[in-house]
Design a protein around this ligand. Structure first.
Ligand code: G3H
Length: 539
């Protein structure tokens, strides 16, 4: 392993031309009120997790820099969003659904033109491999297409009147106001857009701040945003959250807070809002999803699912399997199979064919993982796989650890990286207890083939987590399914359909069902006097 890691980072000449880093980009633009403004203040460097071999040794690649806006600049973006919403009287919140859809379709067409640029930056900024970077881009486009279809369906259903107990009514979903959207670095495009696009398409205006890594990859989309939406509808800011986002929240002018990150970060920001009862939140937060391997099990399948569940994108997924409980009776076989499967995962650079393990973007992450590893080793755990825990610069080779117990930090902390803790157990009650006592409640995986045992555990966990995966790893998709969590893991539910609800509220127009009111409503509809009261719908 040591030798392999010595040759991990390439010489620039060894990189295929299409994937070589571009000259550093000094980005000074940010998007406010339909124009790209220039920031003349300080910039934040954007460093790649990738190092290159040079005559002076291995050097970390600097990809460019982005604006470090201050609170005042961030507040101008908020002012633009507030003005475009105009207390619900603005152009955007009053457009017909079909027209808003057209704007989003225009944006999607422009976005597709930037696929190669965004995919390349995903690889260089966060170290995501080529296949997964392409998947992230394509999945995001699919999400937008599905959102448009779901909105058409919603609009069709809202186009009819209902009659209940002598009251005639029409119910439509309308926007909430100004949304602040912030995504995570592990899915800087996809997770951000799964809140940003529903927020926009439902008629809200938006301030969007890109994630802490995966920032430059929004740059190729700035013009597309600018040209596809009316001024002020989408505003994009950069800088430290502490300065920019805190000011936005403290203004009290944010109506919807869409945030993917830590529960502590979310709680700190929510606390700044002076009127918390007027703030709706859609939060995707921390998780420590367990994988539970039962005594009767198809072990090959369990290992296959647990490998990708724990280690795809180096374990940097909120849905990753972050702790494995393995029954004593299958423990040796499980560890053996897992270690040999792990040995097949190829370390390397994101663009190399078949690469599964890549450098990590967070500064200090390798040291943090080492601390967790040393803590576990000092309390009796062993590294099961050859080379597990070896590191070079930003790269950390995965370590499979067993036996892990409650005294170790890894038992409790969300490592969000390539450490795979295995807790052996004898009685399933020990595992049930872990889930009940856990501060997290996103998902879990059950691996087993005994119907009685699996059925019983499904019931034990149904009130604990948002999704129970049977003989499958944890994951967000398909995006038509609800994605949520309990305890410290989430607030609200996202899916293509649910996100449209999250970023809107129902308004009911109701009247007593009598001849005069019937005539009035008919005339409004026939004379097309209202955008709300209409029976038009989109095919
Ligand atoms: O990081 C959290 C993501 O929502 C996980 O999505 O399960 O598709 O990787 P995924």
């Amino acid at each position: 392993m040591h030798n392999k890691l010595e040759n991990l980072f390439p010489d620039v000449a060894d990189i295929p031309e299409a994937f070589r880093p571009d000259a550093p980009v000094e980005q000074r633009e940010y998007l406010v009120n339909g124009e790209l403004r220039r920031w003349d203040g300080p910039l934040a460097p954007v460093r790649s997790p990738i190092f290159l071999k040079t005559a002076e040794g291995e050097q970390q690649v600097v990809l460019g820099s982005t604006p470090l806006l201050d609170a005042d600049a961030a507040l101008t973006a908020l002012d633009a969003a507030v003005a475009a919403y105009d207390n619900g009287q603005g152009l955007w919140p009053n457009l017909r659904v079909a027209e808003r859809i057209q704007h989003v379709e225009t944006f999607l067409a422009r976005m597709r033109e930037q696929r190669a640029a965004v995919v390349k930056l995903l690889m260089w900024e966060i170290g995501k491999n080529l296949k997964d970077s392409e998947k992230e881009f394509d999945r995001t486009c699919d999400y937008i297409v599905d959102t448009i279809e779901a909105l058409k369906e919603l609009d069709r259903r809202s186009s009819r009147f209902e009659l209940e107990q002598g009251t005639l009514g029409q119910i439509r979903r309308v926007p909430l106001g100004v949304a602040l959207c912030m995504g995570p670095y592990n899915y800087p495009l996809n997770e951000t857009f799964t809140t940003l696009i529903p927020a926009l398409i439902m008629g809200n205006t938006v301030v969007f701040k890109p994630a802490k890594f995966g920032v430059l990859l929004i740059r190729p989309l700035l013009e597309a945003f600018r040209d596809s939406f009316p001024p002020g509808v989408i505003n994009i800011i950069y800088g430290r959250g502490r300065e920019t986002v805190s000011a936005l929240m403290a203004s009290g002018k944010i109506d919807v807070f869409a945030f993917i990150g830590t529960h502590k970060g979310a709680a700190d920001l929510k606390r700044l809002h002076p009127r918390p009862h007027r703030l709706r939140a859609a939060l995707g937060l921390d998780a420590k999803n367990p994988g539970i391997v039962l005594p009767k099990v198809d072990l090959d399948n369990a290992v296959e699912e647990a490998i990708t569940g724990a280690l795809s994108f180096n374990g940097q997924r909120c849905t990753a399997l972050k702790i494995l409980f393995v029954h004593d009776s299958v423990l040796p076989a499980f560890l053996d199979k897992f270690a040999s499967r792990l040995a097949q995962l190829k370390p390397g650079m994101p663009w190399e064919p078949g690469v599964a393990l890549t450098p990590l973007p967070e500064p200090g992450k390798v040291d943090y993982l080492k601390t967790l590893l040393e803590d576990a080793l000092s309390k009796g755990a062993k590294v099961i796989n050859e080379g597990g825990g070896e590191a070079r610069e930003s790269f950390f080779y995965p370590a499979l650890l067993s036996p892990v117990n409650a005294q170790m930090r890894l038992y409790h902390e969300e490592q969000f990286g390539p450490l795979v803790p295995v807790v052996p157990y004898r009685e399933v009650e020990e595992v049930i207890d872990y889930v009940l006592q856990s501060d997290y409640g996103q998902q879990l995986s059950l691996f087993g083939s005994d119907p009685e045992q699996v059925g019983r555990l499904v019931d034990a966990f149904a009130n604990q987590v948002g999704r129970i995966n049977v003989n499958a790893q944890c994951q967000r998709g398909p995006d038509s399914y609800p994605f949520n969590g309990r305890k410290n893991s989430a607030e609200g539910t996202l899916s293509v359909h649910d996100a449209l609800r999250t970023f809107s509220i129902r308004t009911l127009v109701a009247t007593r069902f009598n001849a005069a009111n019937k005539a009035l409503i008919s005339e409004i509809i026939q004379g097309r006097e209202s955008n709300f009261l209409t029976t038009d719908y989109i095919f």
